[in-house]
Every structure is written in structure tokens, then in C-alpha cells.
Design a protein around this ligand. Structure first.
Ligand SMILES: Cc1cc2nc3c(=O)[nH]c(=O)nc-3n(C[C@H](O)[C@H](O)[C@H](O)COP(=O)(O)O)c2cc1C
Length: 351
């Protein structure tokens, strides 16, 4: 397998630098990749079952690459064995192609990253015509399509285009977008808008529907419940937290859009709490994400109630992170004598 990096996503300045200096987040992640985890244990299940199932989709393991951090999947073909992942979610797709925001649109923060890419994408039609045929040629992969829009009709039209394409396992609905019909408030922060958009998409969809919740709400449990009642087959959370950074010298915002989405290890404890709250509020499966960079992080999300997980920002620092974490996860199960990983979902021990 070639090692040529062909990321379509923007590299952070620190990744481009030739000097071996590690930035704060790289150091954090490096210390958390336990090399001891790669040694074999004399005890426990030698061949643990990592498979998970949600919305009637069988995954060989719970590790899914998150939308917006893994291109359309195909760009990672030379870097990651795509068939070793549970699956991957492609960049958010809209009815028409979108150019996204002007730079700067990425900024590194303490143990995290700000982004305001602006949902740049090639559009649903081009995805079907140009990317899906290449993905279909690959064996044993699970492709999830992330979808967004600015009106209910946008979402519906995008889903109708994607319904025509073969080789998509499910849709993941990004509801962290301004609803231009209702004063620009995000679909995902208003229970009524969320209900309406999920019902609309569910009617149009010929595939399982995962609703990806926004964390920028007062009650994640309420939004999770609204999504379930409106017909979601599963929920995923969290999307990024609205945040910002300022350059004190220039007095300018670090991101051209002024505000941006915060992701990476900095958000993990909050994301974990939200997954826990959401999982208690619904009966449908929960896919957890937010700052995952190690196998132990995955175990924590599963104990909190997640059936599967997504990994986003970690792929920016190490494009092979998703695949490495699958290996680490298997080894963790061997060392902890866990024969069936799925048995950990919701198994948090509370006295
Ligand atoms: C650069 C970038 C682009 C993203 N684009 C999308 C997107 O198109 N659709 C979406 O639902 N989430 C998008 N996200 C959010 C991630 O999928 C994920 O929910 C979030 O980053 C939290 O996970 P992490 O901390 O592992 O990155 C994006 C995140 C980043 C960092």
C-alpha cells in the first residue's frame, strides 16, 4: 500500500512544516497511542468479536471515519485499508456543489481544532457520477452519505438524488445548518424544525436514516427524543461546538467566518456526557463521537451507550488513525478478556 498522502482536506500548517516539532495536539495523541497495546497477551479472547449492528447495518467493527475529515473515502484508499474500518461517512453533500468559506478556515487550539470549511462539496449528483463508481469497485466497505441543506426541500431533493445511487448503506443527516425558512436558526437546535426535517427526509429516503445531532443545545436528551419520534433509525452525536479564536495582536478573528466549529480531544468529555444523556433518552442506537483518538476513548463512548463511534479530527494529525485504532481496539479486548465488544454498549457501572 502506497504512503502517498492525497488528502483533499486542508492540512493544518503544522502538518505541512518539515521540521519534526510536534504541536500540542500531536503530542497529546502520540502519548495516548500505547505501543504496549500492540504486544500480545497470554490471556483472554484471542480473537474478539468486534462486530456491531445498528439500523440493520452490520459493521465488522465500530470504527467509522467521520464526515468532513475523510474526503469521499476514495482519497484515503492509498493511506488506509478502507476494508478494515467499520465504515466511513463521506463529506456532507448538498443538492448543488458548494465552494465553502474563504480561508483561513482551520485553526489549531489547545487539544482541538476550529473549522469553518462552510460545507464545501461537489454536490450529490457529482458524488453519484464520479465517486460512487470508484467506491463500488472496492470490496467489503461500508459507505455512509452525510447530507445537509438550508430548507427541507433541499434535504429532500438531495436524498432523492442519492436514492438513485447504489452502494450507500445509510444516510447521516447533518442538522447543524441554518434553516433559511425559519429565520436562520439551525434545524438541530429547534425541536420543531428538527421534527419537520427528519419526517420529510424519512418519507423521501429509501435507506436507513441516522440523524446527526448538534451539541449546541440546552437539552440533548430532548433533541435525541425528537429525532427518534420523527423516524430516525439511529442518532449520531456530536457535531462540532460553536466556538471562536482571536489574534490579540491583530485584533482579528482567527477564522474568516469569525465563529467556527470546535472538535478534537478538547471536546471529548462534553461529547461523552452528551452521548450518555442521549442514549438514556432513546431506544434507537447511538453513534458517539467527539475527540476520539484511542481505543480506550471508544470503550468509554460504548460504556456511555454508543453502539458505534466516529473518528474525525484524529485523521488530521495522523491520516492512518482510524485503522490504527481498530488494531488497538482488538488488542484492548484481548487484554481485557472481552470476547464480544458489543456487550460493552451501555455497560457503565454506576453504584
Ligand atoms: C474539517 C471538518 C469538517 C467537517 N465537516 C462535516 C460535515 O461535512 N458534515 C458533518 O456532519 N460533520 C462535519 N464535521 C464534524 C465531524 O464529522 C465530527 O462530528 C466532529 O469533528 C467531532 O468529532 P472529532 O472530534 O472526532 O473530530 C467536520 C469536522 C471537521 C473537523
Amino acid at each position: 500500500m502506497g504512503r502517498k498522502i492525497r488528502l483533499t482536506q486542508e492540512a493544518l500548517p503544522s502538518r505541512r512544516a518539515s521540521a519534526p516539532r510536534k504541536n500540542a495536539l500531536e503530542q497529546y495523541i502520540a502519548t495516548r497511542y500505547t505501543t504496549s497495546a500492540m504486544t500480545s497477551s497470554p490471556h483472554g479472547a484471542r480473537n474478539p468479536d468486534l462486530s456491531v449492528t445498528f439500523a440493520e447495518i452490520d459493521l465488522k467493527n465500530p470504527v467509522i471515519a467521520a464526515s468532513g475529515t475523510f474526503g469521499y473515502g476514495i482519497e484515503f484508499e492509498d493511506i488506509v485499508h478502507l476494508d478494515r474500518l467499520g465504515g466511513f461517512v463521506v463529506k456532507g453533500l448538498s443538492k448543488e456543489p458548494m465552494a465553502g468559506n474563504p480561508p483561513p478556515r482551520l485553526y489549531e487550539t489547545a487539544a482541538g481544532m476550529l473549522n469553518a470549511i462552510g460545507l464545501q462539496n461537489i454536490g450529490a449528483r457529482a458524488f453519484i457520477d464520479e465517486k460512487l463508481p470508484k467506491l463500488r469497485a472496492l470490496k467489503n466497505i461500508v459507505v455512509l452519505a452525510n447530507v445537509f441543506g438550508y430548507t427541507r426541500e433541499d434535504y429532500e431533493a438531495t436524498i432523492q438524488i442519492l436514492n438513485e445511487g447504489e452502494g450507500i448503506a445509510a444516510y447521516e443527516l447533518n442538522v447543524s445548518c441554518p434553516n433559511t425558512e425559519h429565520g436562520g436558526l439551525q434545524f438541530g437546535v429547534d425541536p420543531r424544525s428538527l421534527d419537520e426535517v427528519v419526517r420529510t427526509v424519512k418519507r423521501a429516503s429509501r435507506r436507513p436514516l441516522i440523524v446527526k445531532l448538534s451539541p449546541n443545545v440546552t437539552s440533548i436528551a430532548q433533541m435525541a427524543h425528537v429525532a427518534q419520534e420523527a423516524g430516525a433509525d439511529a442518532i449520531s452525536l456530536v457535531n462540532t461546538f460553536v466556538a471562536m479564536a482571536i489574534d490579540a495582536e491583530t485584533r482579528k478573528p482567527r477564522i474568516s467566518n469569525v465563529t467556527a466549529g470546535l472538535s478534537g480531544p478538547a471536546i471529548k468529555p462534553i461529547a461523552l456526557r452528551m452521548v450518555y444523556d442521549a442514549a438514556k433518552a432513546v431506544k434507537i442506537p447511538v453513534i458517539g463521537m467527539g475527540g476520539i483518538s484511542t481505543a480506550v476513548d471508544i470503550i468509554e463512548f460504548m460504556l456511555a451507550g454508543a453502539t458505534a463511534v466516529e473518528i474525525g479530527t484524529a485523521s488530521y494529525w495522523d491520516p492512518c488513525a482510524t485503522e490504527k485504532i481498530v488494531d488497538e481496539l482488538r488488542q484492548w479486548c484481548v487484554e481485557h478478556k472481552v470476547e464480544r465488544l458489543a456487550s460493552l454498549t451501555g455497560a457503565l457501572a454506576i453504584a
